[in-house]
Design a protein around this ligand. Structure first.
Ligand SMILES: *Cc1c(COP(=O)(O)O)cnc(C)c1O
Length: 356
């Protein structure tokens, strides 16, 4: 089936043919075929190369949100204090997961267009006894990429376990994984596999905490995943077709080489912003904090109309803003397979046409 529709949303992203083909392989029984555990071990090994540090990687069957909820449910004991560092919707969303785990969430927020406020983060960490801190690398709804290195350094100084949502940056730009205790990704963003899998790297320090108490949930408990491959026992039947697709997607990334993948994202983002500038449109982020994986453009009240015209007249799918920004921001995902200058140019040329 040919499909000329260009889906330039910040996830799910376009899934290459090689990935879709792998997903149609015969379905194994993941629980009883030893080969499948071997395959799973190899896949987590490839993901460890993407993460680029020594932490264990686990893969859960479920969309990206499962990873965020599982990290908090597994790590936060009732009464634990968690600093939720936020300059956007996903950063703020961690508060709900902390409260669901009966933890105490303290929010350290910043304006959505602006960088994280290091001074305030430091004074929170110095004043309170925190067990964990949550933060987001790329705030997909606003196109902001946060500089996490200095924040993670502060977490280390205060012996606070860090949880990072890198769902829309992992595999598209460099993530400071070596300082992160739990780093979350998902299949449908920069990996360009279909939605359905969450990936997480877990440090020894995080495993210690996770193993120190009983998580009050089965599906969101990370603990059994630590030894799943070695013990050849999954907590539930794994999503074999999705795992095959992810494996093919990761192979594409590793064959291209991460440096080249990251460069491709930078080039696509730069071209997108050049063309936006020519059209008199500004990115939503304040300064140098715009993400190489997604561009949010300010379009005051016109996002839904532009989105509809682009789909109807040009067969191009973009995303609007979320929440208060719903109609004021138009979002172009140049992530994963879509991080290509020709795709960006086709999108921006069409945007120019519908603006006229
Ligand atoms: C996409 C995304 C998720 C996963 O959630 P969705 O249900 O796909 O929206 C989590 N965090 C971030 C930053 C994301 O971009």
């Amino acid at each position: 089936m040919t499909d000329d529709r260009l889906r330039m949303t910040p996830g799910p992203t376009e899934v290459p043919a090689a990935v879709r083909e792998r997903m149609s392989e015969p379905t194994p029984n993941p629980d009883v075929e030893p080969d499948f555990f071997e395959f799973y071990r190899e896949l987590t090994g490839k993901l460890e190369a993407i993460y680029g540090d020594d932490d264990d990687v686990v893969i859960l069957g479920g969309e990206g949100i499962l990873g965020l909820e599982a990290a908090i449910a597994s790590l936060v004991e009732p009464g634990d204090r968690v600093l939720c560092i936020a300059n956007g919707r996903y950063g703020e969303g961690f508060v709900d997961f902390v409260e669901m785990a009966d933890g105490e969430a303290v929010v350290c927020d910043a304006e959505w267009r602006e960088p994280l406020d290091l001074e305030r983060i430091e004074s929170h960490l110095a004043d309170g006894e925190f067990d964990a801190a949550t933060m987001v690398h790329c705030e997909t709804p606003t196109g902001v990429l946060n500089d996490l290195e200095p924040v993670l350094e502060l977490c280390d100084d205060h012996d606070v376990v860090s949880v990072v949502d890198a769902v829309s940056s992992l595999g598209g730009t460099s993530v400071p994984t070596d300082r992160i205790d739990i780093c979350l990704g998902a299949s449908q963003k920069c990996f360009s596999a279909p939605p359905g899998l969450t990936v997480a790297s877990v440090s020894d320090r995080a495993w210690e905490t996770i193993e120190s108490f009983e998580t009050a949930s089965l599906y969101t408990d990370l603990e059994p995943w630590r030894d799943a491959a070695d013990e050849e026992w999954f907590p539930y039947t794994h999503l074999s077709a999705n795992l095959y697709g992810l494996d093919a997607a990761i192979d594409l990334l590793l064959e291209e080489g991460l440096e080249s993948v990251f460069e491709r994202h930078e080039e696509a983002a730069t071209r997108c912003r050049e063309q936006a500038d020519d059209l008199g449109l500004s990115p939503y982020p304040d300064g140098a904090n715009a993400s190489p994986t997604v561009t949010a453009l300010e379009v005051e009240g016109r996002a839904a109309d532009l989105q509809r015209d682009l789909a109807d007249e040009h067969d191009i799918v973009l995303a609007t803003g979320l929440g208060d920004l719903e109609d004021d921001v138009l979002r172009i995902g140049h992530m994963g397979h879509n991080a290509r200058v020709d795709r960006v140019e086709r999108t921006m040329d069409a945007l120019e046409a519908v603006l006229e």
